[in-house]
Structures are given as C-alpha cells and as structure tokens.
Write a protein that binds this ligand. Structure first.
Ligand SMILES: Nc1nc2c(ncn2[C@@H]2O[C@H](COP(=O)(O)OP(=O)(O)O)[C@@H](O)[C@H]2O)c(=O)[nH]1
Ligand SMILES: [Mg+2]
Length: 240
C-alpha cells in the first residue's frame, strides 16, 4: 500500500485489513516521507497489530522522497516477495478499493493458474462511484481504451490499481526493469505479465471515491501515461 499524505486514511485502512479474518495477510505500507506524518502514524499502528506468535502483521517501508507511485510499488512488491509472500495485493490507501473483495480475488488466483487477478471496474458487474461525473467516467474509459488499443490487450481495466499478483509473476517481470515512475506503472505491469505468458483474470469491483485527502494525480504523470503505451509497444516490437 503506497502512501503519500494519507494520515486521515491509514488508521481506518489498517483496521479494515487487519480485521478481514485473513490471518495470513500482512500489510506493507510504502511511505515516501509524507509531510503529514503518515509514515510515523503507520509505524505506531504497526506496533499494535501482532500475529498470534507475536510477530508484526503490519510494517512500513520508508523512502526518502516522493518518487512516484510506480517506484513505491516496485519497491514494496520486491520487498513483499523477498519476505516470502506467495501473493501480493496492491491497493490504494484512500478507501477507493473494496477490501471485502480480497478474499474472492485470492480465491480466483488459487483456483486458476492466473498470475494476475485484476479488481476490475470494467467487466460486467463492475461499478463506479456515483460521485464520478460524466467527464471523469469518460476520461477513465477513454484512458483504458487508449492503452489497451495501442498494446492490443483484452484486459478491460488495464489502468486499474487494485490487483493481486502471484509471486511467480512478479519474479518473472523483474521489477528493476519497470520504467514507469507514476501511474503508468499499472499498464506497464499488466502488459509485462501478458508478454511473459501469464494468465490474467478480472473480478468485478465497485470503485469508491477517495475517503479523505487529495489525489496525487498531476499533469506530469498524465503525460507519462500518454507516452508509455507507445514506448512499451515499440520495445516489444523491437524484441519481436
Ligand atoms: N509512496 C508513494 N505513494 C504515492 C505516490 N503518489 C501516490 N501515492 C499513493 O498511491 C495511491 C493512489 O494515489 P491517488 O492520489 O489516490 O491516485 P488516484 O486514485 O488516481 O487519484 C494513494 O494511496 C496515494 O497515497 C508517491 O509518489 N509515493
Ligand atoms: Mg485514489
């Protein structure tokens, strides 16, 4: 769970995840030295969530500066796999992603040979917050269609950020080779999984508006997202 200025959200998120009734679940927060103290708050919370054997169920990876969502995810996923996770779920800290779908996503991963299970807004049954106006809906749809068309994939929610990965898929992708600093990470990773022959499944979710705080989306990361599908396509054509 990457965080940047999520002090108002992290306590509720930790409580929600730690009380899902999934004792094997560990929460790794990747904080980029948030000025609002998210990293410190997460550290305090971590001290209170212990497994039955006394080992921590929650931990925090502190990074020195705001380095982008993609870099934070790559670091966190690498650490989770290194620490022995068999599956890694990526999830926003802001309450947009439905924690009550995690068990279902894990069930799909365990009962198929999918390397990636996408929590998908755009398969039948997937829904968007009522707070999203027509403009935002259209933009999201368009961004999805844009990336999938350029890359020739059939993933319906290629830009989505609520995904469950098998450790095998993450090891095969080689996180150090991921070029995206920002939100295009979501597209780059899914494309990398497909290129390496991993099966991708999609589970419908309801996507809620962020609970509190502000979005970190900005023009620079939007431009990266416009350019990235072309870069990825050029690279894969080069490799044949
Ligand atoms: N560590 C870290 N987390 C980030 C960064 N940018 C965004 N995030 C987190 O990534 C998640 C998604 O970002 P958000 O601003 O909600 O994006 P949106 O949902 O597209 O508006 C949130 O949990 C953010 O706190 C970053 O540069 N570093
Ligand atoms: Mg968000």
């Amino acid at each position: 769970m990457p965080t940047y200025n999520e002090a108002g959200n992290i306590p509720g998120m930790a409580e929600l995840l730690m009380n899902l009734g999934m004792p094997g679940l560990r929460l790794l927060v990747v904080d980029d030295s948030s000025p609002d103290g998210t990293g410190r708050i997460a550290e305090e919370l971590a001290a209170t969530y212990l497994a039955e054997d006394g080992t921590p169920r929650m931990s925090v990876l502190h990074r020195t500066s705001k380095d982008g969502l993609g870099r934070a995810y790559a670091a966190g996923m690498g650490k989770a796999v290194e620490d022995g996770a068999r599956y890694v779920l990526q999830m926003d800290a802001d309450g947009s992603h439905p924690a009550d779908k995690i068990a279902e996503m894990l069930g799909v991963a365990l009962s198929t040979d999918a390397g990636l299970v996408v929590g998908s807004r755009y398969v039948p049954g997937g829904t968007l917050s009522d707070a999203w106006g027509a403009h935002r809906r259209l933009l999201s749809r368009w961004a999805n269609a844009y990336a999938s068309t350029i890359l020739g994939t059939r993933v319906r929610d290629i830009t989505g950020g609520f995904n469950l990965w098998s450790a095998d898929a993450l090891r095969a992708i080689d996180l150090a080779s991921v070029g995206s600093a920002g939100y295009s990470f979501q597209v780059e990773m899914k494309y990398a999984a497909l290129r390496r022959g991993f099966q991708v499944m999609e589970v419908p979710i309801h996507f809620e508006d962020r609970a509190v705080g502000e979005s970190k989306m900005n023009l620079a990361v939007q431009l990266e997202s416009v350019a990235m599908p072309w870069k990825l396509r050029a690279r894969s054509v080069g490799r044949g």
